[in-house]
Design a protein around this ligand. Structure first.
Ligand SMILES: Cc1cc2nc3c(=O)[nH]c(=O)nc-3n(C[C@H](O)[C@H](O)[C@H](O)COP(=O)(O)OP(=O)(O)OC[C@H]3O[C@@H](n4cnc5c(N)ncnc54)[C@H](O)[C@@H]3O)c2cc1C
Length: 303
């Protein structure tokens, strides 16, 4: 609609046909029709929804495979990064990085978020996925998320409302689809900040030993099936080092796909499908993606 186009083009700081690769940890992604950075993502989500404009929220872009054909409508990169501490409760806005929040908490002698030093995503992306590692998950420290549900208004959500589960939530797969997280309250424990920093340093060392963190990737591509590890299955299927163009199953950790330089979303997607097919054929296990495909995909593929 022309009036929607006028509205989009009138947004402060908006860019048209803006390439997204630089905003994703994969370094892959075609252009957004419209792209804007905002410290008030809720306001834009509400406006887009009212106008019937498709939108995509972008945090740190560390769990996305963005199509080479780009993304329809408005991509809203969340840059609301405020935080405050009240005793053992911490408020963080959704654009703040989890790694930074982990350091802030340690610097304030709070314990319980050390694991987040391994999650390069934003607070909003962490809620969407119930991010976690080394046996800890966001839901264990999340008291409440505050967000906006288009057409309904601002709401507070407990972990139960959010239906947080292993790398999923009602935002990703349920009744809160399309809603935006604006901030969270975490409940942590008072403790020794120096000890928290030592623990984080140890976790970072462990991660660099076991994962290809210096490469362009999206973290774990697949969820671990119950009682097993996706990396183990992929390795056992002989797929380590397997390639599609410049996309490769990591030699370092088989549940990672690396962009060796110039890989396309199409190549990564083909590699994902090959891995799924091989693991299903050899072990009868249906791997489920942890990474999320977004944007315009060739006909017949669900984004
Ligand atoms: C090297 C590496 C290691 C990783 N290790 C881990 C790990 O140990 N554990 C783990 O859980 N994950 C891990 N990840 C994956 C990733 O960091 C997490 O899934 C993270 O939570 C994604 O956050 P993000 O801000 O990057 O989200 P994005 O990739 O930007 O977006 C992911 C989804 O979240 C939605 N979203 C983003 N912000 C909001 C918001 N404010 N409101 C509503 N929806 C929103 C987006 O629309 C999108 O659908 C890793 C990734 C990398 C690259």
């Amino acid at each position: 609609m022309p009036s929607n186009r006028r509205w989009l083009e009138g947004l402060a700081g908006v860019r048209c046909d803006h390439p997204l690769a630089r905003y994703t940890s994969f370094g892959i992604g075609g252009p957004a029709d419209y792209f804007v950075e905002s410290a008030e993502p809720g306001r834009l989500v509400e406006a887009c929804s009212r106008r019937g404009i498709p939108y995509l929220l972008l945090g740190a872009g560390t769990n996305l495979l963005v199509s080479d054909l780009g993304v329809e409508g408005l991509v809203i990169r969340c840059i609301n990064r405020g935080w405050r501490i009240q005793g053992t409760r911490v408020f963080a806005e959704s654009g703040l990085k989890m790694m930074r929040l982990a350091r802030i908490c340690a610097d304030h002698d709070l314990r319980g978020l050390e694991w987040a030093i391994g999650v390069p995503g934003s607070v909003g992306g962490a809620v969407y996925q119930d991010a976690g590692c080394w046996g800890s998950e966001l839901r264990q420290v999340l008291a409440m998320a505050i967000g906006l549900r288009p057409g309904v208004g601002r709401q507070e959500w407990t972990p139960v409302d959010l239906e947080l589960g292993y790398r999923t939530s009602a935002l990703r797969q349920g009744r809160l689809r399309g809603a935006v997280v604006e901030g969270v309250w975490l409940e942590l424990a008072a403790g020794d900040g120096a000890e928290a920093r030592r623990r984080m340093a140890a976790l970072v060392r462990e991660r660099s030993r076991t994962q290809p963190i210096a490469t362009r990737n999206c973290g774990s591509v697949f969820k671990n099936p119950p009682g097993d590890s996706a990396g183990r299955l992929i390795e056992a299927a002989g797929l380590r080092g397997e390639r599609e163009g410049a996309a490769m199953v990591s030699l370092h950790h088989a549940n990672f796909i690396e962009n060796l330089g110039g890989a396309t979303a199409e190549q990564v997607d083909r590699l994902i499908e090959r891995v799924k097919a091989a693991v299903a054929e050899q072990f009868g296990v249906a791997l489920e993606c942890e990474v999320e495909r977004v944007g315009r995909w060739p006909e017949g593929r669900v984004s």
